[in-house]
Design a protein around this ligand. Structure first.
Ligand SMILES: [Mg+2]
Length: 406
């Protein structure tokens, strides 16, 4: 079976470049809190260099030490090759061919999970590099933007240890997002289950109370999504709670059951009073194929820094379109990943929103300090088409140096 991949769309012959170096920086915020469920406290930043002096930057959303090892480990046989060795000496414009070589060449080390997450950072850096080399934004290399505005949704942040503190922090964050001009926002409501905030163990009724409070805080016109982060064991328990949630007019319900539980996802997709969204952890088109065809979810949420990179995310978007599903990418990382996600959204009309961690509202200093992406929230809550070459990201290399731990 041939493996379809995505390569840059170029007019004319690109400059002749060879990859000369692959740098992996493990970053960790000095004030990170291991009890805080936020992967935006660390990052693997990958920088790919060429003999022409042009370089590109990417990151992935996975344990940065593991991802670095996946890229730097030496190979020992033909189905367990070194990602770094495959890259050195290659033409960076052959992104699709490189992706296929990395996927096949590391087959005995993964095909899913960490190896693919690590490849995502490499792929992102290659797209950035190619855009910079030809002076074009990544969306142009993906075939050209199909719209001039996209709509980000603000991910609201909880805080506190008690039910009241948790509820009030989300309402306060929602009010902050409203003031910034967001048209859409997502509240987590996770006071139980595997992701339980701060070890809380609250009843399901109290989850409903938080949702009611956040809806009241934002008013009836704002698009509101809910993420319960794998709260329920099965569809029946979930339905016994969310059956009453229709009145809150949720745009989607994210990850109500465990990520492997596609049978129950399908039951929820059929019977829940709102669309069901999944996909933040998935790697490759193959996992999304199962998510959509077995799990039947209405909203697919590829994370560019996990699914395999920009090209693999584009393939997932095309698969969703063919099935009449919406795309709302997951992104919980720095400006590098946010920018990569935005470029994808500008070539994806059925991408309804992108996830966006507002710098002004978030605790994570890597999000606030590492990179400035060329994305400005207009007063109408939209983001205009970026114009700078590549991802259009300005990385603060002093921050990289300061927070590098490996
Ligand atoms: Mg989530």
């Amino acid at each position: 079976m041939p493996i379809e991949t995505v390569s840059p769309v170029l007019d004319g012959t690109p400059p002749r470049l060879r990859i000369t170096g692959v740098e992996c920086h493990v970053l960790l915020a000095p004030d990170y809190d291991a009890s805080f469920t936020s992967s935006a406290q660390d990052s693997l930043v990958v920088v790919i260099h060429t003999d022409g002096g042009v370089s590109g930057v990417g990151e992935c959303d996975a344990n940065p030490w593991m991802a670095k090892a996946c890229i730097e480990a030496p190979g020992t046989h033909t189905m367990g090759l070194s990602i770094r060795d495959m890259l050195i000496g290659s033409d960076p414009f052959e992104i699709g061919d490189l992706w296929r070589r990395m996927y096949l060449g590391t087959a005995m080390n993964g095909r899913r999970g960490m190896v693919i997450h690590a490849m995502s950072a490499v792929d992102m850096a290659l797209w950035d590099l190619c855009g910079k080399a030809v002076g074009k934004p990544v969306h142009a290399l993906l075939g050209g933007a199909t719209r001039d505005r996209i709509v980000p949704y603000a991910s609201l942040q909880p805080a506190g240890k008690s039910f009241e503190e948790y509820r009030d922090a989300l309402c306060k964050s929602a009010e902050g997002a409203l003031r910034l001009g967001f048209q859409a926002m997502k509240t987590e409501i996770t006071m139980n289950g595997p992701y339980a905030h701060g070890g809380m163990r609250e009843s399901y009724d109290r989850h409903t109370e938080v949702l009611a409070a956040v809806r009241k805080a934002v008013g009836p016109d704002v698009t509101l999504m809910v993420d319960v982060q794998y709260l329920w064991d099965d569809a029946e328990t979930c339905l016994s709670v969310i059956g009453d949630w229709a009145e809150f007019n949720c745009y989607f319900l994210e990850t109500p059951v465990w990520s492997d539980n596609e049978r129950d996802m399908a039951k929820l997709a059929e019977r829940a009073p709102m669309p069901i969204a999944f996909g933040e952890w998935l790697a490759t088109r193959y996992e999304f194929e199962s998510l959509m065809d077995v799990g039947k979810v209405q909203v697919a949420q590829p994370d560019v820094g996990r699914v395999g990179g920009i090209g693999e995310a584009k393939i997932v978007c095309d698969m969703a379109k063919a099935r009449g599903r919406k795309i709302v990418p997951h992104c919980w990382k720095t400006g590098i990943s946010i920018s990569a996600t935005a470029h994808l959204a500008f070539v994806t009309d059925h991408c309804a929103f992108i996830e966006y961690l507002p710098r002004e509202l978030c605790h994570e200093r890597l999000r606030r300090e590492l990179a400035q992406e060329e994305l400005v929230l207009a007063s109408d809550g939209t983001i205009a088409l970026p114009q700078k070459p590549g991802l259009g990201v300005e990385v603060d290399w002093d921050v990289v140096r300061r927070y590098t731990v490996g």
